[in-house]
Write a protein that binds this ligand. Structure first.
Ligand SMILES: NC(=O)c1ccc[n+]([C@@H]2O[C@H](COP(=O)([O-])OP(=O)(O)OC[C@H]3O[C@@H](n4cnc5c(N)ncnc54)[C@H](O)[C@@H]3O)[C@@H](O)[C@H]2O)c1
Length: 357
């Protein structure tokens, strides 16, 4: 049976989902929803262009739900709306893919987690932490899991990239709509740290600022307050720590993300734009460089094929009735680390994860 998808929020990422689902075997977008007429038209046009079909179009996700007909729904709305939309969808039995961040606060994440836990058995709820599915990152994760690095002690992630893009209603200029940069953008990286360490962190220390980007912009909501650079230290225990180096005015970077994992035997690095993984061994000081050829990706899209692989995983969980590969607790923990990082920036002190969880 083909899976019938609905897309709630047909801005940039909603269109990316439509284009990816069109390439999936046994998947079809049958409904789209967006209160913004330009986005809604773009969503309908994207479905027609990629599949030849005309989806039902709605301005409100509740109308989409009432109409029925969707087996799975993707939530690709602004961050601050994820909680409300997800809770309405979780009151039904549709499968859900919720874009990152799960929500903008830990409290909202908890409410969504509770509703998901109370849902029908076999219902899949996946969080869109798709950086796990980027080919060089997948290769690095496989290396960590193989044990070839030994006991992992340090994870360092650098994201040096371009500023936030323009969004519908400019929601991504404001902490109150995004959760703050460390929640909005960096939940991807905190999720990778948690995954690599196989654990939850205990303490977070951060320094950050809004120093370069969007300083001359002004909106009905006021002046942007979103940070554009910072460092975050994430401690897992006395002997395992991770670090994030974020700069959003670094267009002149060869790799948008560089991930380094050091164990007591060897070190692995993933260079995401170049699709390279390196393994460096302590025993002979050798460094082996592997070009990672993306495999099984039918649509590369805007995220190196990770959106496609994320959808393959989501569809597989639905068909096999297995839990999502990226679950609600992963989404909650990634948000919590971002919340702790923002609290640390505000207070100038280290924040125990217990304080935010
Ligand atoms: N996985 C990734 O790497 C990645 C990349 C970009 C964005 N995102 C996430 O995707 C989501 C959407 O981001 P975007 O870049 O597409 O933003 P966008 O502004 O381009 O699109 C958001 C759309 O949602 C619509 N919308 C607002 N409230 C709605 C509601 N209640 N119901 C239905 N639609 C609603 C808006 O009108 C707009 O068309 C965000 O949560 C963002 O963090 C994830």
């Amino acid at each position: 049976m083909p899976i019938r998808y609905g897309i709630v929020g047909t801005g940039m990422m909603g269109i990316e989902h439509i284009e990816n689902i069109a390439q999936l075997e046994g998947g079809a977008v049958v409904a789209v929803c967006d209160p913004d007429p330009v986005s809604l038209d773009a969503g309908v046009a994207a479905v027609t262009k990629t599949s030849g079909a005309t989806p039902e179009a709605f301005e409100d996700h509740r109308a989409l739900l009432e109409a029925g007909g969707c087996d799975a729904v993707v939530i690709a709305t602004p961050n601050h709306t994820h909680g409300e939309v997800a809770l309405d969808l979780l009151a039904t039995d549709v499968h859900l893919l919720i874009e990152k961040p799960l929500c903008t606060t830990v409290e909202e994440c908890r409410a969504v987690a509770a509703a998901a836990a109370a849902g029908p058995p076999g219902r899949v709820v996946q969080v869109g932490l798709e950086y796990r599915f980027m080919p060089p990152t997948m290769a690095l994760l496989a290396e960590v899991r193989s044990g070839s690095l030994g006991a992992v002690r340090m994870v360092s992630i650098r994201e040096h990239r371009f500023p936030f893009l323009s969004k519908v209603g400019n929601w991504n200029r404001f902490n109150r709509y995004t959760g703050g940069t460390f929640v909005e953008k960096c939940c991807h990286f905190f999720d990778l740290m948690n995954l690599i360490m196989g654990d939850a962190p205990v303490r977070v220390l951060a320094s950050a600022g809004h120093d370069v980007n969007h300083l001359d912009e002004s909106y009905d909501d006021g002046a942007p307050d979103i940070i554009d650079n910072g460092y975050v230290i994430v401690e897992y225990d006395e002997s395992r720590r991770a670090m994030l180096d974020l700069c959003m005015f670094a267009e002149g970077s060869k790799n948008q993300q560089e991930i380094s994992v050091v164990g007591d035997i060897a070190k692995a690095e993933a260079l995401v734009s170049e699709s390279v993984m390196r393994i460096g061994r302590r025993s002979d000081w050798s460094v082996e460089e592997r070009q990672i050829e993306p495999a099984g990706i039918a649509h590369v899209g805007m995220h190196h094929g990770s959106s496609y692989l994320e959808h393959v995983a989501f569809a597989e969980s639905i068909r096999t009735r297995r839990p999502a590969q990226v679950g609600i607790q992963d989404g909650l923990l990634a948000v919590a680390v971002g919340v702790a990082a923002h609290r640390s920036v505000e207070t100038g002190a280290a924040v125990m994860m217990d304080e935010v969880l």
